[in-house]
Design a protein around this ligand. Structure first.
Ligand code: BGC
Length: 916
């Protein structure tokens, strides 16, 4: 901008200030009300809520006159008609602050079952007040074990001594029912229910919900989650019936490889309590107890997580969840008291649901069986509509990929049989889906159907199942393979967020591997509203921490081997920090601070002179290892020491945010000491790795975690570039090194090289798997190739999200959206457009609302459209030379550190142009 136009801008600004002050003396305008109200980690009007000390968040509308918030008021009451003037639970009063997210409730203590109504108003930047928002509400679940009058009930399913695929005792699914009579009409009714196992519940013949495999997967010996349903519409005056199907689920199936732990699992049980308020105000409670009856002679004969489900339609029991059924031949149930040993708590995040339906795209015959291809690797179950002959058994197998000869490839499922069977009770088209198991697959093979009919793709629909969160981030570009990579990342997320973050969804694992989770965390938070999901799993992490501070390899811990691994256990510090950065909610740090400290202490205990001897998975699955080992070439001690330092640093940063000065100083000092020891032990005076194998990952750890003194950093960068060049500009990183690659090259300003690595087509690279037909992220850089077929190693999942961690860089540098202040209160929009891209766009739903960045290059002109949500500001950095930007109240040029045009931009939607 030249001097004259600067003067013009100054005058204009002055005028507008005068004008605004004039307006503010006038009568205040009413502005549009706040919307999208949520409680705690983003729950909308939850029922059976877990949190008696919630936080409140709202969004300012995208509306004329609304840029920032200057104050808010929240009112909270026990009934809607008390609002806004008679808030009996809490009135925050007018608070002069721009905080519109994560405001802590400070009212009267809340109790189990309590219904809470709330609304909010805010004042904008000019102190105009909004109207009150719509009233939102939440209702607490049963918060204490003492709230439960019910007993655990179930049959002794061990007695039958049915052996599973590994000679382990497996439990026949149970059917449990109870009839009860009501002499009055019901005003409201709640069902509180859970299982040691997984359940599906119906009342008077109607499904209570479409939840998949509730209550989900937690460290069951510590805590079991409970679910609350509103069943008011299902209950009738007079006679009623409740029926529950119960199967092993994660609780009583085999999981992991320690056979002694699952060879003889506990028989599944349910716990349920119906609480009814009648129209006359009286209350009635129906509980699971000795009055219930049960059978194992129902149609679901077997159901296991790894092995699949077996169904016999001949054993169907029509109407068994209605009043028109006799359970005379059923057994009495065993009962077990609720004790304090296992905490019963309302579920902390949303249940799994069937979220997407996929049609089969193609069907081909192979050796008498028919193979249906979805052309997309997915997780969930099939919905089958298949013609059958009475008495015949349909066999349903799953595969992620076919062998090059077209045959079904199931070797990589290892011992997981992942097979369903359905026996028909009559001729005709059956309609069925398995209920208590799930599969990871692209292909389904059917045999045993009515062979007089020709198979068609509409026989099979894929129901894609994952935890019920919204997908709220998008990325697209002008490059087909980059778009495919984004699609693969999103499918990896859908496939592995099945109540817990899993390593893979198909083989005999499906466990909460901690490193996989920490590397994929930031990418997941961009693509979907997964704060609740992570906060919930982190609770399980805390509950699984060993006495000595160690964090198990997998959470929930099903291995119980007391073993730890650097880069795995560090998830307990890395994920809370990442979530804080993306949400700005300090509570995630408060909740996890003690766990981080315990973990850092554990690290310390494995060191001598601050050098770690922590072993294990190291830079897992690094490609082309010299030693042929899955653990790669980078020294374990170097990795352990780097993560020790890094976790100490994150603990210091956490202490700082929480205002714990002493602990901040303590962990900062520890970080420095460890960094120093690391540098002296593993780097020579020129900044070159010494004494251990020199790898890309060793430099990446040192640089990403800031472990070298300034003098050595420059050389270390040079050596890193040499290592990359030596690999013909290809990565040589495994699970731990890969997410650091983009971070370090980025800090080095070497975006060109990162583009090169990202757009590489040859092994090892992201596009290599795409060139081999991948529709999800693979466990290995070379899990499969068209030329050589499957990687010979049996540990070879085709749906493993870890390497999808590159998503974070793609959104931040190509899409250009990044938080500058925790929670996107200040946003950085700075795409780095490079060949071969000519356009890209990204959109994200931040805690303040939608932020969007969409750019294209046309004949050397870069054009970007940005949307900045209310109550935030953005720093927009344009590449090249900006074209005549006029400063306004909403756009100010700021001094630039980069030489590029930098603008401070207020909420709104804008278009900027620059010459490249
Ligand atoms: C899992 C992982 C995990 C690893 C640990 C594998 O079996 O699938 O992804 O992180 O073991 O080494």
């Amino acid at each position: 901008m030249n001097i004259q136009s600067k003067q013009k801008v100054f005058l204009l600004t002055l005028l507008s200030i005068v004008f605004l002050s004039f307006i503010s003396c006038e009568e205040k305008k009413t502005i549009e009300k706040a919307n999208d109200l949520t409680v705690s980690e983003g729950f909308k009007n939850p029922l059976g809520f877990y949190d008696a000390t919630p936080t409140f968040s709202w969004k300012l509308p995208v509306a004329e006159g609304v840029k920032h918030q200057s104050a808010y008021q929240i009112v909270v009451a026990s009934s809607e008609d008390l609002l806004p003037d008679n808030a009996d639970l809490w009135d925050s009063g007018k608070q002069m602050t721009d905080q519109s997210v994560w405001v802590k409730y400070e009212g009267k203590p809340l109790e189990s079952r309590q219904k809470v109504c709330w609304q909010v108003k805010y004042w904008n930047q000019d102190e105009d007040a909004s109207a009150w928002s719509a009233v939102n509400h939440f209702e607490l679940g049963l918060l204490n074990n003492s709230d439960w009058k019910a007993k655990w009930i179930g049959l002794d399913t061990k007695k039958e001594k049915i052996l599973g695929s590994q000679d382990n005792i497996i439990h026949r699914p149970q059917y449990l029912r109870k009839g009860f009579e009501l002499s009055n009409d019901v005003e409201s009714a709640r069902l509180y229910i859970t299982a040691k196992g997984v359940f599906d519940v119906a009342i008077n013949g109607e499904d209570v919900s479409d939840d998949v495999m509730p209550p989900g997967y937690t460290p069951y010996k510590e805590r079991i989650e409970t679910i609350t349903y509103d069943i008011g519409d299902l209950i009738e005056s007079g006679q009623n019936t409740i029926g529950v199907e119960l199967a092993s689920g994660w609780h009583s199936s085999r999981l992991g490889w320690r056979k002694e732990l699952w060879v003889d699992t506990e028989a599944p049980k349910i716990l349920c309590q119906l609480e009814l308020t009648m129209k006359d105000g009286s209350k009635k409670v129906i509980v699971s107890d000795e009055s219930w009856k049960a059978t194992t002679n129902g149609p679901i004969r077997l159901s296991e997580i790894y092995d699949g489900e077996t169904y016999d339609a001949n054993l169907e029991m029509p109407n068994w969840t209605t009043n028109n059924f006799s359970d005379r031949n059923w057994e009495m149930v065993n009962t077990f008291p609720v004790t304090d040993a296992i905490r019963l708590e309302p579920k902390r995040h949303t249940t799994v649901k069937s979220k997407i339906e996929l049609k089969a795209k193609e069907v081909v015959e192979k050796d008498g069986a028919f193979i249906f291809d979805f052309q997309q690797n997915m997780v969930g179950v099939p919905l089958l509509k298949v013609p059958m002959k009475k008495g015949e058994t349909l066999k349903i197998r799953f595969a992620e990929k076919l062998s090059p000869d077209g045959s079904f490839y199931t070797k990589n499922y290892r011992t997981a049989l992942s097979t369903n069977y359905y026996t028909a009770s009559k001729d005709g088209v059956i309609e069925w889906m398995p209920k208590f198991t799930f599969h990871g697959f692209q292909y389904i093979e059917l045999s045993g159907f009515d062979t007089s009919k020709t198979p068609s793709t509409d026989w099979v629909t894929g129901l894609v199942q994952y935890s019920d969160f919204e997908e709220n981030g998008t990325f697209a570009s002008s490059h087909e393979k980059l778009n495919q990579l984004q699609s693969n990342i999103v499918w990896g997320l859908r496939g592995n967020f099945f109540d817990i973050p899993t390593d893979c969804p198909q083989r005999d694992e499906r466990m909460g591997w901690t490193a996989d989770a920490q590397v994929f965390g930031p990418t997941s938070i961009f693509n979907a509203d997964v704060y609740k999901f992570w906060a919930s799993w982190l609770q399980s992490v805390r509950e699984s921490q060993y006495e000595n501070g160690g964090i198990p390899w997998v959470v929930p811990d099903v291995l119980f081997n007391n073993k730890v691994s650097a880069g795995w256990g560090d998830a307990c510090a890395i994920i809370p920090w990442d979530i804080y950065n993306r949400t700005g909610d300090k509570r995630i740090l408060e909740e996890n601070f003690e766990t981080m400290k315990g973990w850092v202490a554990y690290h310390q205990a494995t060191t001598k002179d601050y050098i770690s001897s922590m072993g294990f998975f190291a830079d897992w699955l690094q490609p082309l290892p010299k030693n042929g080992d899955n653990r790669g070439d980078t020294s374990k001690s170097l990795i352990g020491t780097a993560f020790f330092a890094h976790s100490a640093k994150l603990t210091a940063q956490t202490a700082e945010v929480l205002g714990k000065k002493e602990e901040q100083a303590k962990y900062e000092a520890l970080f420095k000491t460890v960094a120093n020891a690391f540098e002296n032990k593993f780097f020579d005076e020129t900044g070159k790795v010494k004494g251990v194998e020199e790898t890309q990952t060793s430099y990446l750890l040192a640089l990403a975690y800031d472990l070298l003194s300034e003098g050595k950093q420059g050389n270390a960068k040079k050596y890193l570039l040499e290592k990359i060049a030596e690999a013909d500009n290809h990565l040589r990183t495994g699970f731990l090194g890969t997410p650091l690659l983009s971070r370090v090259l980025d800090e080095m300003g070497d975006t060109d090289l990162m583009y090169k690595l990202l757009f590489n087509e040859t092994y090892p690279s992201w596009f290599y798997s795409i060139n081999q037909g991948a529709t999800t992220i693979w466990e290995r850089w070379n899990s499969y190739s068209k030329a050589e077929g499957f990687n010979p190693q049996k540990m070879n999942s085709l749906n493993h999200y870890a390497y999808g961690a590159i998503g974070e860089w793609v959104y931040e540098r190509i899409g250009g959206i990044e938080p500058l202040e925790a929670g996107y209160k200040v946003i950085r929009i700075a795409p780095e457009p490079k060949s071969p891209l000519t356009s890209a766009s990204a959109e994200l739903n931040t805690p303040y609302g939608k932020v969007a960045s969409s750019w294209e290059i046309n004949e050397g002109t870069f054009t970007i459209n940005v949307t900045i949500p209310p109550n935030t500001t953005a720093k927009v950095i344009l590449p090249g030379t900006a074209e005549s930007i006029e400063e306004t109240n909403n756009i100010k040029a700021i001094s630039s550190e980069t030489g590029s045009e930098e603008l401070l931009v207020q909420p709104g939607t804008y278009t900027f142009k620059s010459k490249l």
